[in-house]
Ligand binder design. Sequence first.
Ligand SMILES: Nc1ncnc2c1ncn2[C@@H]1O[C@H](COP(=O)(O)OP(=O)(O)OP(=O)(O)O)[C@@H](O)[C@H]1O
Ligand SMILES: [Mg+2]
Length: 580
Amino acid sequence: MEKVRFRQYAALLSQYLKPQWIRVTLLAIFMFSGIGLALLNPQILRYFIDTAKAGGSMRSLIIAGVVFFGIGALGQVVMLVSSYLGQDVGWRATNQMRGDLAHHCLQLDMSFHHEHTPGEMVERVDGDTAALSNFFSEFIVQVVGSLLLLGGILIVITLEDWRIGVALAGFVAVSIYVYNLTRNIAVPVYTAEREGYSRLFSFFEERLTGIEDLRTNGGINYTMDRFYDVNRDVYGRAVKAHVMGEVLQTISGVLFALGLVLTMGMGIYLFQIGAFTIGTVYLVIHYTAMLRGPLIMISRQINELQRATAGLKRIEELYRITPRIADGTEALPTSDALGIEFNHVTFGYTEDESVLKDVSFQLQPGKSLGLLGRTGSGKTTITRLLFRFYEINSGQIRVGGKQIERIQLDDLRNRIGMVTQDVQLFNATVRENLTLFDAEISDNRILSVIEELGLSEWIQSLPNGLDTVLEGTGMSAGEAQLLAFARVFLKDPKIVILDEPSSRLDPATEQRIDSAVQRLLKGRTSIIIAHRLGTVQQVDEIMVLADGEIQEHGERNRLVQDPDSVFSQLLRTGLEEMTQ
Ligand SMILES: Nc1ncnc2c1ncn2[C@@H]1O[C@H](COP(=O)(O)OP(=O)(O)OP(=O)(O)O)[C@@H](O)[C@H]1O
Ligand SMILES: [Mg+2]
């Protein structure tokens, strides 16, 4: 392992363990005591054996037995407490780290989130932290604990006889070396097993998500076929991994038998020359047997450390990605509706392709703009730029008279309300879905907005009213849309963006949505992306986009009267002509 990694681990430790130094200190105290007690007990056994052999009194033997039991029991309790403390400290640190990482990711640009799938993000925020959590919750406790115990045993044995001490130290070194050798052979086998499982799970996930499509298209048999394939693959890998585990066990067993033989031989020799009592021979054998636990632990954790290091590396990579969009400092004017201005804006999601080309338009405060254009012409993109989800390539965008880069992002995004093509509902109560978890908004306001949108009946039909938990799926597209409108009403923004769904709603819902739209637009600046001409009957201006460029822009009335305008043609042929 490189030196840099060591420093990174040290930094990580101090960052996440310092705040809980009291718990860490307690943990250290308990660990030291536990190890001390574990080292003490064999001494009692020696006393017992030697006393018994010398024909000592029954009383001293019984006392020795009771003390032995007492120390043993106390040692177990102490170990229990220290393992609890270790897990506690470890998981607190891990959760903190996971939280920090999630927070960091949420602040990254939209372009970052488009490039990374949700599955990948789960793996990075949770999977990588899980690898590191082991570092916190087990590595420290077990490796430090094991090292201390190992050192303690070697010291105590050396105090009895330095020759056995030296021999066992050599044995420990050889064992660690052999363990690592075998582990290195085993790790790829274990990794292969984990990969097999992860393929199985992602197979499940994909097929379950697409279950409706699969059923309707008769893909079940094919899916089962593929499933058997993946399953068979997992079977092979799992069996291999299990056998490998057994082999490692055996190797460790043989190694240990050798260690014990070494101690026994030396102990008996020392007994014969009169340097050891029989109790001392037993003592060193007992200590030698105690070496096995920490040895296995250390070699296992060395491998875990490699996994943690990979996790740490990827977490650091993630932290190095910073939002490219720098926050502004200026606040927007609070009172009036806000105007919008695009000046020669050119933008592309990727460097080589421009989605918007030299787009310029102005929308006065309080006016509404109907935005039309073929699918893929860049309508939604314009609205994303207003939220400053992306940085434009050239040109200028102004909101409320201020250059968009100067405006505080929070302020900007709070002032714009949007109802999009797909409404994201959370697995939370209706109230939380409407207020987006803002507890400041009173129930009275929520209910009056619901009333305004004609949703009262629907709310009353729910088992727990506003406290009903939405499962996300059990709603029609129309209901979800109406909830999205209610959200925007509660936010009370100065600018409203409506990205209309192209899916058809039933006439009654459509009417309710239309009237919701009219109410929402009053006194606000608005952009309405329409897939139905009905929606843009009431707007002040019309803009037609074609392939990222403005094809036509003007007052609706003027365009209607001009028979040559694109909009007039659309009114004659119907919007479907264009959007299909
Ligand atoms: N996140 C993205 N990353 C890369 N390209 C994108 C992204 N979003 C949209 N595009 C591309 O940008 C172009 C414009 O997309 P946009 O969503 O603005 O179209 P639209 O006019 O809203 O279409 P629709 O009527 O289908 O909603 C399309 O060619 C699309 O493929
Ligand atoms: Mg769109």
